[in-house]
Design a protein around this ligand. Structure first.
Ligand code: PGA
Ligand code: ZN
Length: 427
């Protein structure tokens, strides 16, 4: 039973305040966490509470922290931390708004995750074991690893936000990470040979070069894979997060600033189809903007045969995912627990996606912390895929390192999802 809640203002990887929380249970279990924060946030996400005063340029979270130790603590004291649904429902009801904006999704998620950790601690099991569905075994996810960054994470030098490596041919998680690390180094070499600076890293640890076009970034990545001694398309595929919401204009058209071009939804889909024809792209995220359902329908037909992943489109929301499933839009969902605010709601989205044959990619945010709970969720919930950034920056490697440790500890019992986890492989 929850006896005590403690919270504080911590910093995320961009130096912006975030909520830290510790939950203590009667009998001794304890769980601590800090929560992440996005930059290219979707309009339909749960709402963080920020102070809006002079401290930290308005980004302080002292009110969210006070909500944890005040109103939330009063409401959850005495609740059973092993009953995540009851706890998360209590938090949602207490907040009373659809987007958790009153108490703050940052406050609510911190309590939800810290309680899960405390419940695992009380049982003396790992978080991934504590949160697993009964009767299931742990599953190490296929990683997609950021190599080149653009968009809101790298000063908008490129329109496309992430160019990622997907180690299709790796047969274990550790091998996948070692290949990704080589691809990053290989791509850095290729860029350096063109005289581009490679010492600076973007928000998610990827390279952030200024390139003349999005296609050039794809070229650099393909050459980087080759430089790593790996075969593009066979050993390593490419995933892209277009994050199209970020460059949609008022009139609905899309502006590729790097190339000074304006495209309709249909033209953007054709452009992406061209990229798919020329490069080994296996997954496209947010190909269209968050409310461009018609464009998304078109993309789902035109780009079929690849994983079409909804991030800003679905915002880890059961209703929006349900609409996508009903309309045959996309075939995979990006799952960011802080988009919905509680672990129980995120888990429900994972279950519902799997029931519909949709793929699931558990995802970090561009503003992260050194906390690693996301890794345990991927393994325990058997999401099959995970995306947490590049192989540099400790807030990224914290998650990879946790997965590496879990795989090593499981030894011969470790099951690795591999390339079959990609959504198109299921149909
Ligand atoms: P965000 O970006 O955390 O800044 O929203 C991550 C993503 O778009 O996948
Ligand atoms: Zn995204």
């Amino acid at each position: 039973l929850i006896t005590c809640l403690f919270a504080w203002e911590a910093l995320d990887s961009r130096g912006k305040p975030t909520v830290g929380c510790e939950v203590a249970l009667a009998g001794g279990g304890r769980g601590t966490t800090t929560v992440p924060s996005g930059a290219s946030t979707g309009r339909h996400e749960a709402r963080e509470l920020r102070d809006g005063d002079a401290r930290y340029g308005g980004n302080g979270v002292s009110r969210a922290v006070a909500n944890v130790t005040g109103e939330i603590a009063d409401a959850v004291r005495g609740l059973d931390a092993t009953d995540q649904r009851q706890l998360d429902t209590t938090l949602r009801t207490l907040d009373g708004t659809a987007d958790l904006g009153r108490l703050g999704s940052n406050a609510v998620l911190a309590v939800s995750v810290a309680a899960a950790r405390a419940a695992a601690d009380a049982r003396r099991v790992s978080l991934y074991e504590a949160i697993a569905e009964p009767g299931t075994t742990p599953l190490l996810p296929l990683p997609m690893i950021n190599i080149i960054s653009g968009g809101a994470h790298a000063g908008r030098a490129l329109d496309v936000q992430d160019f990622l490596a997907v180690p299709l041919g790796a047969t274990a998680f550790a091998q996948a990470i070692s290949w990704a690390s080589r691809v990053r180094a290989g791509t850095a070499d290729i860029l350096a040979e063109r005289g581009l600076p490679v010492a600076l890293v973007a928000d998610e640890g990827g390279l952030g070069p200024v390139l003349p076009s999005n296609r050039t970034a794809l070229d650099m990545l393909v050459q980087g894979i080759e430089r790593a001694g790996l075969r593009p398309g066979d050993d390593v595929g490419i995933a892209i997060d277009i994050a199209a919401t970020q460059f949609q204009q008022e009139d609905g058209s899309y502006r590729l600033a790097a190339e000074d071009r304006e495209l309709t939804s249909a033209a953007l889909v054709e452009e992406l189809a061209d990229w798919c024809a020329g490069y080994p792209i296996v997954s496209l995220e947010d190909a269209l903007a968050e409310d461009d359902w018609d464009g998304w329908s078109l993309a789902s037909r035109r780009l079929a045969g690849r994983q079409l992943l909804g991030d800003d489109l679905f915002v880890t929301d059961l209703d929006r995912l349900g609409r996508g499933i009903n309309q045959g839009v996309a075939n995979a969902v990006l799952v960011k627990p802080n988009q919905t605010g509680t672990l129980d709601a995120a888990r429900t989205v994972v279950r519902s996606a799997h029931a519909a044959g949709y793929g699931t990619v558990l995802s970090a945010r561009s503003g992260e912390t050194e906390d690693d709970w996301l890794a345990d969720l991927a393994v325990g919930w058997r999401t099959g895929q995970i995306k947490v950034g590049s192989t540099t920056r400790s807030e990224r490697t914290a998650k990879w390192n946790r997965l590496l440790r879990i795989e090593a500890e499981l030894g011969s019992r470790a099951e690795y999802a591999g390339a079959q986890a990609l959504a198109f492989a299921k149909h």
